[in-house]
Write a protein that binds this ligand. Structure first.
Ligand SMILES: NC(=O)c1ccc[n+]([C@@H]2O[C@H](COP(=O)([O-])OP(=O)(O)OC[C@H]3O[C@@H](n4cnc5c(N)ncnc54)[C@H](O)[C@@H]3O)[C@@H](O)[C@H]2O)c1
Ligand SMILES: O=C(O)C(=O)C[C@@H](O)[C@H](O)[C@H](O)COP(=O)(O)O
Ligand SMILES: [Zn+2]
Length: 367
């Protein structure tokens, strides 16, 4: 972490040859300084959606303008259901129609859906373009914009088609939270909460003491939560960029959560909501396997509830739930593996007996 003029924090992600900075602060979007050092090119293409564009595109273009001779923009329909092949095709068609070349820089202006999709387009167009993440949701600022996982969904499973492709810069403007709905804000808190149990017991305690301040969107508390989340994620990704082992801890709650999102239909449950509920399930599984005391589930569940998030899954049927989890990317040879907590601040990747997993799902599902 180093100071940065005009911003609150600068977190660096240390990947030799592909290192980049995460700028965190207020009013960064329209600030030309935020964009200094982004690779030079004739053209930048901003990918956004129909909700975020009217709110932030003008500011973003103002910041970009001195750095690129030409700026093109495309606004996709809004929603998880549009993190799809069709949207990817639209972006690729747009790039071709506008004459984008290998030097063209893509800019992802929006939440995790736009970030994941634009990052994937950047990974595959002409075998790889530079791209900048400009995350506008809490979830995207604390998680999806960092680390280079890019993807689209398949009807059968989340993020089934994608690539690891790191951005060249992340610009996280905290002022964007002013227009974010309460539901989306809470969804972002789920991924913030995740970092405590998996990597930082002290941060977990800090969250327990400051969740109400975060819910009031207290500026100082929020800046700390965004910065600490980025530091933890940057550290994990630098050690294991392609998830050969350690990086899987960032998937705490996701084996269950992705099954919920897919099971109810993309966009019905927000990613953060599904992860929140999935973390309660994964915590309970950790307890039932004798790794953690019962009080851990109670404390985590209460924190999640105070963050305005659901703790009971929708009933999609037990067999279907398990079947959806088999498509999880951590599964090996049909064996579903879960991120479990073995000590506050320390996670482990393990399989579990299916009857126990079914008990856990049933215990945390609506009748
Ligand atoms: N790549 C990763 O490492 C990673 C990590 C976590 C999540 N994800 C993915 O991210 C996606 C979820 O991201 P998300 O929660 O940002 O959802 P999202 O991108 O759908 O954004 C949430 C909603 O908020 C709107 N919005 C965005 N910024 C706004 C603002 N400042 N003011 C008002 N409205 C705004 C969007 O238009 C959308 O309707 C999922 O697809 C998930 O799988 C990826
Ligand atoms: O960055 C990671 O690694 C994560 O697992 C972060 C998750 O919050 C995120 O939802 C990610 O997209 C899940 O990845 P997947 O490999 O399970 O699709
Ligand atoms: Zn996630």
């Amino acid at each position: 972490m180093a100071g940065l003029e005009g911003s609150i924090a600068l977190v660096s992600i240390d990947l030799p040859g592909r290192e980049y900075d995460i700028h965190i602060g207020s009013g960064l979007l329209g600030d030309v300084q935020s964009w200094r050092g982004v690779p030079a090119a004739a053209m930048a293409v901003v990918v956004t959606n129909e909700t975020v564009g009217p709110l932030y595109l003008e500011q973003c273009v103002r910041g970009l303008a001195p750095h690129f001779r030409r700026i093109e923009t495309i606004a996709l329909p809004d929603g998880e259901a549009f993190k799809s092949w069709e949207s990817l095709q639209k972006v690729i068609d747009f790039l071709i129609a506008r004459g984008a070349d290998r030097k063209t820089v893509l800019v992802a202006l929006g939440g995790g859906v736009i970030g994941d999709l634009t990052g994937f387009a950047a990974a595959v167009y002409m075998r790889g373009l530079a791209f900048v993440q400009v995350p506008t949701t809490l979830l995207a600022q604390v998680d999806s914009s960092v680390g280079g996982k890019t993807a689209i969904n398949h009807p059968s499973g989340k993020n089934m088609v994608g690539a690891f492709h790191q951005p060249v810069r992340v610009i996280s403007d905290l002022s964007c939270f002013e227009t974010l709905s309460a539901r989306e804000f809470s969804a972002g808190l789920a991924e913030v909460i995740k970092y405590g149990p998996i990597a930082d017991a002290q941060f977990f305690e800090w969250l327990d003491g400051n969740i109400e301040a975060l819910m009031r969107r207290d500026a100082e508390a929020l800046a700390h939560a965004v910065k600490r989340s980025c530091e933890i994620k940057a550290d994990v990704v630098a050690k294991d960029e392609r998830e050969s082992d350690l990086r899987a801890i960032l998937n705490f709650g996701h084996t269950f959560g992705h099954a919920i999102e897919t099971g109810v239909g993309y966009g019905q449950w927000l990613h953060g909501e599904a992860v929140a509920c999935g973390m309660v399930m994964a915590a309970d599984l950790s307890v039932r396997l004798g790794l953690m005391p019962e009080q851990f589930v109670t404390k985590l569940r209460s924190l999640i509830e105070r963050a305005g998030l659901p703790v009971r899954a929708p009933n999609i049927g037990l067999d279907r739930f398990v079947e959806l989890m088999r498509l999880d990317k951590k599964a090996e040879a049909g064996d579903i593996r879960f991120v479990l907590i073995e000590q506050l601040g320390k996670a482990v990747l393990r399989s579990a007996p299916e009857p126990l997993v079914r008990e856990v799902i049933a215990a945390h599902t609506e009748a």
